[in-house]
Design a protein. Structure first.
Lengths: 338, 620
């Protein structure tokens, strides 16, 4: 009998549950890539935990043969912080959506990121509340007509990438549900990054908000509407015909076919820049004025909350010795009654 | 130089009394809490039984000299076993007119009033909104008033240190301390040690405080205001080693002990809130016990982080007061349906809404019983005194792990900040708490059932990292056994009934109620921080010849098994509560009895006298 650990395949990561997402939902693709990525990274089922909030996205843990918690709306980051702080060796994924993370969960989202808890967050952005049958969400464009906004939504949407960067995120990335190779690559990058790894995925809800990301997905338009970020490489898209150049603080699209602009004039991506300015600038590039960046916006290192909370415990134990109840009770003034 | 040379025992006659209630009050910046704590500690160390009642204003710094800024500390120290900080005050020390006017009514007619006469200038009177000076207008003519120029005497006393007037005035409370300690024959050693430790890095300040303390002492000995002193002999307490504890501190220590006894490390998810913050502060000091304290971004993150830690196999706790518990409802509910062990602590305060943060009340009982959506029963235990908080914490964790359920601990502001002597337990005598985590079965065909149950209806605590036991849990209703999401009607009925039955079965693991006093006549049934007042009132009533018994509940859900039969052996049941009748509602509806409520919602504990009057009234 082999003494080697069994090599797991994506099938080993599938639970026995019937998947309840609507046929055609973008979530199927994300699930499939996740199983492949975990298998390819050699992750173990027992050391992996998926924690979700509430929403279609949040049904995800039930379909993974790992440990999982389907918690309460918006609060997965808090459960995850408690778990990771006390079990830092576990591999934790927070699965959330635009409503779960940015509406009710906005507060916890921000704090998890600023604390840099070492876990991975995937935000399934379909710009709608699918589970509750179609209300607008914090990422819905102004004027979105839904059951709760019959004559159009009126609030300014928030940009998850910009928000994550403002919350001091050490890893921020974006991918697209059907761009499976890219999505797998981003999941892997997220997994490898130590600290809170935030990955926004453009996910299509074919029942309640179909087609909003078509520009980024369809063969005809995606090359012209997205730009793949690569560290230390210039921003070039549209099959090499166009590039992005900085004009002061503003990006501008330039035609590379005329020969008037050299590659060296273009904006070069630097995912490990100390300051998040560049990443933030890139996050402001939105369709249709700009191609939307996909890939890793930022990847920097700083200490994680879980490592520091555990270090304080270890350092204190080293300094004053393991705690003893007798010493605790006897510290301070005592007296004896005979 | 020994303290008895610097602070010689009095040469004046000393009268032995069985107990004294002292109240110290002044402006928030006058150091009354420090003075009160020193008096308490030194009295406890000399063997008196003590009970305290600090009374803080809600604001951090109300304007100086105003009535809103008055901070008080009351302590009773006694040669007998006592349960309350005293109804009436024997000695009232007031540093300014605002303190005087807000506290005078509680001074016994036979009591002593000591005022800082230097603090009664025109501007002080104006700040206290007084038109006339109480020292001269006759208000105090029926009281034995001693005017002491504390401010000027302190300034003179600390001159040798060269401290500025501003810093010299801060030593006033040590002058007052010297005087009070002299008057009651208190030992100054502990205070001298305290001064040396606290001001180790500021020898000038330490010396100034020592000089002020000595000046106050000498003032008593030298002036003719005081012809004699009082002494309070040591009380006959159960033999053992004692120390002073405050409720929140005892809770923290009990939790640390519970973690040790169950071989677990402790995780606290909490958010600062009066009067519970000190639990967070105390636990954060003990990282060497493996305690991880997480100051969450809000109350909800606090409880959720605790549930997350519980899922991972830690001993998890969340602490708060009324407003925070209200926010935690959904998170606690998730813990309930996940059937994970963790502890929720509500240190109650005046409500509703923001209410009275620094005042005591016991009005969250129905909230912790019912304040979650759906059928959501949880075990509830209430601490009865500062020292009892220690045992309550351990008991709560024992039940939480045995039955795989969140447990709610109720405390209140009075217990949390109150102090009493606590007999230090023999650590080896504390009973271990057995906790087991399953490992995968060796039979590969045997599926793991995360919601299978043992004889206590508890499910297995299978934690992430354990090979072969992977499972997913969540807030949706689940199939018994498999834990799969289930909307089946019969399953839901079964799960609701089973969760309820599990909480009822906790009654098998808790002790019976104990009756104090008579076994017939009137039963006083109380819970929480009213223990002291109720016990004292029942004692006095019995001494006055009445048939009165006292049952003080700690477990409120479930009730102890013998509660009903005990209640039925009395003619009537009186339930005094610092709310409008919450335990009363539970008792009446469960046992269909006609329990009488005695209710007060004034942000203050019960006075023994008002309870005795009510007992007499209902006893007929």
């Amino acid at each position: 009998m082999s003494t080697e650990l069994p090599v797991l395949t994506d099938k080993d990561f599938a639970s026995d549950q019937d998947i309840r997402w609507c046929p055609g939902c973008g979530d199927y693709s994300i699930l499939a890539q996740m199983k492949k990525v975990l298998a390819s990274l050699g992750k173990s089922q027992e050391e992996t935990v998926f924690i979700s909030g509430i929403g279609c996205s949040s049904r995800f843990p039930y379909y993974m043969n790992t440990y999982g918690m389907h918690s309460i709306h918006g609060r997965a980051p808090a459960f995850a912080t408690g778990l990771k702080s006390t079990r830092p060796e576990l591999d934790i994924w927070v699965i959330t959506g635009d409503g779960d993370a940015l509406s009710i969960g906005g507060n916890h989202f921000m704090h998890m990121i600023r604390r840099n808890v070492d876990l991975n967050v995937i935000l399934f952005n379909n710009s709608i509340y699918g589970l509750t049958k179609g209300q607008y969400s914090p990422t819905s464009k102004i004027g979105t007509v839904t059951k709760s906004t019959p004559i159009g939504s009126i609030d300014q949407p928030i940009n998850p990438i910009s928000l994550a960067l403002a919350a001091e995120a050490t890893f921020v990335a974006r991918s697209v549900d059907t761009n499976i190779k890219h999505l797998r690559a981003m999941m892997q990058r997220a997994s490898e990054h130590r600290g809170t790894s935030f990955l926004e995925v453009y996910q299509n809800c074919n029942v309640f908000n179909d087609g909003i990301w078509d520009y980024a997905k369809s063969k005809a338009t995606k090359d012209d509407s997205t730009v793949e970020l690569e560290h230390n490489k210039p921003l070039i898209f549209s099959g090499g015909d166009k590039g992005i150049r900085l004009n002061g603080f503003t990006p501008e699209v330039v035609d590379l076919t005329t020969g008037k602009v050299a590659q060296d004039d273009l904006l070069f991506h630097d995912e490990s820049a100390d300051s998040s300015q560049l990443a933030f600038l890139l996050s402001r590039m939105r369709h249709p004025e700009f191609p939307e960046p996909i890939g890793v916006f930022r990847a920097v290192q700083r200490p994680t909350y879980d490592s520091m909370i555990n270090k304080q415990v270890a350092d204190t134990k080293a300094k004053v010795g393991e705690g003893e109840l007798e010493r605790l009770f006897a510290g301070g003034d005592t007296w004896t009654v005979e | 130089m020994s303290s008895s040379t610097v602070f010689p025992p009095t040469s004046k006659p000393s009268e032995s009394v069985s107990g004294v209630t002292v109240r110290l009050c002044g402006d928030s910046g006058d150091g009354m809490q420090l003075l009160g704590t020193q008096l308490t500690n030194t009295s406890a160390l000399s063997g008196n039984d003590v009970a305290t009642f600090p009374d803080f204003p809600a604001e951090i710094r109300a304007p100086r000299g105003t009535r809103a800024g008055v901070s008080g500390f009351q302590v009773q120290f006694s040669a007998e076993e006592i349960f309350t900080p005293g109804d009436g005050v024997d000695a009232l020390i007031c540093m300014n007119p605002a303190a005087l006017i807000t506290n005078l009514a509680d001074l016994k007619k036979t009591g002593i009033l000591i005022v800082n006469s230097d603090g009664f200038e025109a501007k002080d009177l104006k700040l206290a909104k007084l038109d006339a000076n109480p020292l001269t207008d006759g208000m105090l003519e029926n009281y034995r008033t001693i005017e002491v120029p504390m401010t000027s005497m302190t300034r003179k006393a600390v001159e040798p240190t060269g401290l500025s007037v501003k810093f010299a005035d801060r030593c006033k409370n040590f002058f007052a301390m010297g005087l009070v300690f002299w008057l009651y024959g208190r030992d100054v050693e502990p205070t001298l040690r305290f001064i040396e430790n606290k001001f180790a890095k500021k020898p000038d300040v330490a010396e100034a405080n020592r000089l002020a303390l000595k000046a106050g002492w000498n003032y008593g000995e030298t002036t003719e205001h005081f012809a004699s002193t009082y002494s309070v002999p040591a009380a006959e307490l159960v033999p053992g080693t004692y120390r002073n504890v405050m409720g929140n501190q005892a809770l923290a220590w009990g939790l640390i002990a519970a973690a040790k006894l169950s071989d677990k490390e402790l995780f606290l998810g909490s958010y600062p809130i009066t009067p519970a913050s000190d639990i967070l502060h105390e636990l954060s000091k003990h990282k060497n016990f493996g305690v991880r304290t997480f100051q969450a971004e809000d109350e909800i993150a606090a409880v959720c982080s605790a549930v997350g830690a519980a899922f991972g196999g830690n001993m998890a706790i969340t602490t708060s007061s009324g407003p925070g518990i209200a926010l935690k409802g959904e998170g606690i509910g998730l813990g309930l349906i996940l059937e994970l062990p963790f502890i929720v602590i509500d240190v109650q305060r005046g409500g509703p809404s923001t209410g009275l943060p620094t005042k005591t009340e016991q009005s969250d009982l129905l909230m912790v019983m019912h304040g979650r959506n759906g059928e959501s029963p949880l075990p509830v235990i209430a601490a009865q005194s500062p020292g009892d908080c220690f045992d309550t914490a351990i008991e709560a964790w024992r039940i939480a792990t045995k039955y795989m359920t969140p447990v709610i601990i109720l405390s209140d502001g009075y217990i949390a900040n109150g102090a009493e002597p606590w007999r230090v337990p023999e650590v080896s005598s504390l009973e271990k708490i057995e906790v087991k985590h399953p490992i995968a079965s060796t039979d590969p065909d045997e599926p793991f059932l995360p919601y299978s149950r043992n004889e206590n209806l508890a499910r297995p605590w299978a934690i992430p990292g354990t090979p072969g036991l992977m499972h997913r849990v969540g807030g949706l209703e689940k199939q018994d056994g498999t834990g799969d999401v289930s909307y089946d009607e019969d399953n839901h009925q079964y799960m609701v009934d089973t969760r309820a039955k599990k909480v009822e079965m906790v009654a098998e693991s808790i002790g019976p109620v104990e009756v104090f006093g008579k076994s017939k006549g009137t039963l006083v049934l109380s819970w929480g921080g009213t223990y002291g007042s109720c016990r004292t009132a029942v004692k006095e009533s019995i001494d006055d010849g009445l048939d009165v018994g006292h049952v003080h509940l700690r477990w409120i859900n479930p009730f102890p098994k013998n509660l009903e039969s005990v209640m039925r052996s009395y003619d009537r049941v009186l339930i005094p509560e610092l709310n409008t009748g919450q335990l009363q509602l539970l008792i009446k509806s469960k046992y269909l009895t006609d329990a009488i409520g005695f209710n007060k919602v004034k942000g203050k504990p019960f006075k023994v006298s008002e309870l005795v009057a009510e007992i007499k009234r209902v006893a007929g």
